[in-house]
Design a protein around this ligand. Structure first.
Ligand SMILES: [Cu+2]
Length: 121
């Protein structure tokens, strides 16, 4: 009986220290130029913020993220986001986003393509 009590209090202590809300996530910057995303591949985890910055002088860009296959993704997590030059769009990776590789594109410039890998945490 005493042994069980010790085991239970050890569990309670480890639960106190393993507080998942203490992890704030990272900020990952993706720059959008006239013809490309830089970098062209990023890896993110749930809770990270992906910051899309339009670095073009004149062109607006529209970030599009699709799962499992360009243009025929089963699930898009954000619709096209029109970002004017000098502005940013911040996407926080939701907890329910499946791990794997997603296609990042620009709804205004078909040539702009990149990859976003969501890690399994
Ligand atoms: Cu564009």
């Amino acid at each position: 009986m005493k042994r069980n009590l010790i085991a239970i209090s050890a569990l309670a202590i480890s639960a106190m220290f393993a507080n998942p809300s203490a992890w704030a996530g990272e900020e990952i910057v993706v720059d959008m130029y006239d013809d490309e995303f830089t970098p062209q591949e990023v890896e993110a985890r749930h809770g990270d913020k992906i910051i899309f910055r339009n670095r073009s002088v004149r062109s607006p860009h529209a970030a599009t993220l699709l799962g499992k296959g360009w243009r025929f993704g089963r699930k898009d997590f954000f619709k096209e986001q029109v970002i004017t030059p000098g502005n940013v769009f911040i996407f926080t990776v939701p907890e329910n986003m499946a791990a794997g590789t997603y296609d990042l594109g620009c709804g205004l410039h078909e040539v702009m393509k990149a990859k976003v890998k969501i890690a399994a945490n």
